[in-house]
Design a protein around this ligand. Structure first.
Ligand code: C2E
Ligand code: MG
Ligand code: MG
Length: 657
């Protein structure tokens, strides 16, 4: 690419230089011609002028001879000079132009005949012979006005003199320079036209894939809106976003990412009807305009084909990369009053497809907009709820599987909305992320947890450690370390009583600064846990760089133990990996005694789950902690059913050992 554009610049420079050289050369030639013409004109004109002068002098001498005041020699001298002036004008290249003047040649012939005819009479004239002198004088004075006129014209009318014919330099060199000028000028114009066409193409197309870009696509949508209104038909808009493209980019490198995007764009083009237009909106986001989508089933057929084609593994170098996409489909004019609105709806449908596991495309329906409105309304109210302290924290114990002792607690967010009821923390967090509330929400949680730790400490409970979940943008966009240290200090708690939980995916968001953030937190003295471990896309090399203390195996792996045949391999692998990295392991989602037995058998040290306790509020949790202080441990076991629900939750109090 670089060398190509270097070549283009080189060609442009050569053309410009040729043009400039031709222009200078032509200018010089023109100046030469002009000088030459002027010279020719002047010398010719001067010859006529000299002729007129000589004629005047001759007539004067003639007149004086008649009066006897000039000698015969003086007269013949002037006569000879007059002859010679005339000869200069009748022959020779310098006076060629003069002869081109209308009537000039005739005048010269007339003059030479006059001289010839009177030559003998002039030579024979006796000084004082006035009658003969007057006759001669009259003959010569008669031509004087014609000579005068020729003289004047020679000075003032060079073009009538036809100078170009006789006075131009060799015509070949002039036309060559003009040809050079014309050719280089034409080349320059062509280059400018080509460059501007290329610029136009670049302004409307994406460099990497050659597909139309967002600007072009938007213009196309506008045009299509008008067409659809005229024809009264429908068109479909697809918004396509690749799943986990960032992870692929981070893992395999940007060159592989680029190649993948090129391959995907090819596949998009080849799996759609000919009149479909595919555009790249930016990053890993594409859009498609299906120009005639009167038949929805055909539209879905294309989308299905598209998903299938994208899902086929891509070979990049030695790697086989699997990729999937989330697609949103919306139809104009069925789904919106303007095509822009339809595009927004396709985007919303895509967003929902992405959030729903195992779903590759969604077709927009009005309910989605209702959902969006709901989220927007919830976001507005969440902001107020945070300010007014209307959120709650529940706490769930993490239990040492060997002893039943509470190892630590996890704080979990709860929001009971007056109109919408219970809103899951996952939804609260996703709304906060979407509506720029992550900082205030995370600050609120960290503040509350630190306050609670301090309160429990003041009430004489043994120092219990509490884990806080951190949302992705708090980690990647805001000053997490500063916020944590500020609240630790503000509530005067021991940093070791706080644990920060981040998911594997969150650490992947900012892969370069992740180790630094975690190190700084570790330096504060807080514990670090990698949450939902096993569900993300991080590689072992990434994991090795993260200075965490704990791995929390995602509950889906524990739930997998409930199927037959039971597969403990994943959990054993994690335990081995953790042992080699000197990390401790927590198994989430322990719901049954069977789960507990399996995990104990596999050697898992810590567990969390409904079997021990559901998340409960601070008051109930305080009671649990007091119970533990009194020696009643959360071991799970056969007696658990008997102890259910004293605290309004499935909390198990096995007899102490
Ligand atoms: P998580 O951090 O993995 O939390 C554990 C989730 O598993 C909690 O769901 C908990 O109630 C649930 N759980 C515990 N034991 C069991 C069990 O035996 N079976 C089943 N099926 N589930 C169990 P919850 O409270 O709904 O929270 C869901 C997720 O929301 C959390 O997953 C965490 O990622 C996020 N979250 C919760 N609170 C906060 C918060 O304060 N801040 C942030 N950023 N995220 C939070
Ligand atoms: Mg957690
Ligand atoms: Mg978890």
């Amino acid at each position: 690419m670089k060398s190509l554009s270097g070549m283009r610049v080189g060609i442009l420079i050569v053309v410009v230089l040729t043009f400039a050289a031709s222009a200078i050369f032509s200018y010089q030639r023109q100046s030469e011609i002009r000088n030459h013409l002027e010279l020719v004109q002047k010398s010719g004109a001067w010859s006529v002028s000299e002729l007129e002068g000589e004629l005047l002098k001759f007539t004067q001498v003639l007149e004086l001879s008649g009066l006897g005041q000039r000698s015969q020699e003086q007269l013949t001298l002037r006569f000879d000079l007059l002859w010679s002036r005339l000869d200069t004008l009748r022959i020779g290249i310098e006076t060629h132009a003069i002869r081109q003047q209308p009537g000039a040649v005739e005048l010269f012939v007339e003059l030479s005949q006059l001289l010839q005819k009177n030559e003998n009479a002039v030579f024979a004239l006796e000084p004082g012979d006035k009658p003969e002198a007057d006759r001669l004088l009259n003959a010569f004075v008669a031509v004087q006005p014609k000579v005068r006129e020729l003289n004047v014209n020679s000075f003032y009318d060079p073009y009538r003199m036809g100078l170009s014919e006789g006075g131009t330099p060799p015509p070949v060199s002039l036309s060559l320079s003009m040809l050079g000028l014309l050719l280089s000028g034409a080349a320059l114009v062509l280059l400018v036209i080509r460059e501007s066409a290329r610029n136009r193409q670049q302004a409307l197309h994406d460099d990497l894939t050659g597909l139309p870009n967002r600007k072009y696509f938007n213009a196309l949508l506008q045009r299509t809106e008008a067409d659809v209104a005229n024809r009264g038909n429908r068109c479909g808009v697809l918004v396509i976003d690749l799943d986990n493209f960032k992870d692929i980019n981070d893992t395999f490198g940007h060159a592989a990412g680029d190649q993948l995007l090129r391959e995907v764009s090819q596949r998009l083009r080849s799996s759609l009807y000919d009149d479909a237009i595919v555009a790249r909106l930016g990053g890993d986001e594409f859009a498609v305009l299906l120009q005639s989508s009167d038949d929805l089933s055909k539209c879905i057929e294309q989308v299905n084909r598209l998903c299938q084609r994208i899902g086929q593994a891509v070979e990049i170098g030695e790697e086989r990369i699997s990729v999937s996409a989330s697609i949103g489909v919306s139809i104009y004019p069925d789904d919106g009053v303007s095509i822009r609105q339809v595009m927004g709806n396709a985007d919303l449908a895509m967003y929902l497809a992405k959030r729903q596991e195992g779903v590759s495309f969604r077709i927009y329906d009005a309910e989605m907009s209702t959902q969006r409105l709901r989220r927007r309304e919830l976001a507005r109210q969440l902001r107020q709820a945070i300010v007014k302290d209307q959120l709650l924290l529940n706490f769930q114990p993490l239990v040492q599987l060997s002893s039943g002792k509470i190892e630590s607690l996890e704080a979990l967010l709860r929001w009971h909305h007056a109109d919408y009821g219970y809103i899951s923390p996952l939804e609260v967090v996703s709304i906060a992320e979407q509506y720029d509330l992550a900082l205030v929400l995370n600050e609120w949680v960290i503040d509350q947890v630190c306050r609670q730790i301090s309160l429990w400490q003041q009430s004489g409970l043994p120092g219990v450690k509490v884990a806080v979940n951190i949302s992705p943008s708090m980690y990647s966009k805001h000053d997490l370390v500063g916020t944590v240290s500020r609240f630790i200090e503000q509530h005067g708690i021991d940093a070791r009583q706080l644990c920060i939980e981040v998911t594997e995916d969150t650490t992947m968001r900012d892969i370069d600064s992740s180790p630094g953030i975690l190190k700084a937190l570790r330096k504060l003295g807080v514990e670090l846990a990698l949450d939902d471990f096993g569900t993300g896309y991080s590689s072992l090399s990434h994991l090795k760089q993260l200075p965490v203390h704990k791995l929390k195996i995602d509950k889906s792996f524990v739930q997998d133990l409930n199927t037959e045949p039971k597969d403990l391999r994943f959990i054993r692998t994690i335990l081995n990996l953790a042992a080699s990295m000197k990390l401790t392991v927590v198994a989430e989602g322990i719901e049954s005694v069977q789960n507990l037995d399996d995990l104990r058998q596999a050697g898992c040290p810590i567990g969390q789950g409904y079997l021990f306790s559901r998340p409960v509020d601070a008051v109930a949790m305080e009671q649990l902690l007091l119970d533990q202080q009194a020696g009643r441990l959360l071991q799970g076991g056969d007696e658990m059913a008997a102890n259910i629900d004293r605290l309004g939750c499935v909390t198990v109090y096995p007899t102490t050992g």
